[in-house]
Design a protein around this ligand. Sequence first.
Ligand code: MN
Length: 198
Amino acid sequence: MSLAKYRQKRDFKETTEPQAGKPEKGKHIFVVQRHHASRLHYDFRLEVDGVLKSWAVPKGPSMNPADKRLAMEVEDHPYDYKDFEGTIPAGNYGAGTVYIWDKGTFELLRGDGDFDKEALKEIKDGDLKIVMKGKKLKGEFALVKMKGGREANAWLLIKHKDKYAVDEYDSEDYTPERVKAQGLKNKAASKAAKKKSS
Ligand code: MN
């Protein structure tokens, strides 16, 4: 998979975001990063074929099967992004605060052979079913591409009904207050910097 798009968007003299990374064999990691940029969203990333397949989820993931969360497919991120946390400086792509909200491993619900091959096919088909083993996100989830949608990269992230499912869920309730406060502070600083430079 190419990280060209990822690299193109960033100036690595400015941002401390990683440029590469090599996955460990035998397991597949996921990470969910709360990204307080110009708009708050959660980045949902799954390691497939050596990179992190990524979706931006504006409302954050939910453990309630009734919530169908819009998930916008974005460019692949390098494997080492799984550990990235901190501030992307003002004026840079994605400027804001990144917090690792959850991480763990995942498996394909229907997988029984070549993981990468099967995962890539499910993504291509717009119907990815996974089992998550995180601290917050647990059990079965589906990522389904919206058909005939307005936007080609729009998917839905949906929790399956299983023993981990709950009736109500708001990912912000599981975010520490200090993280929320830092995000607001950085956003205000970024806005002020923009005003100054324009
Ligand atoms: Mn983001």
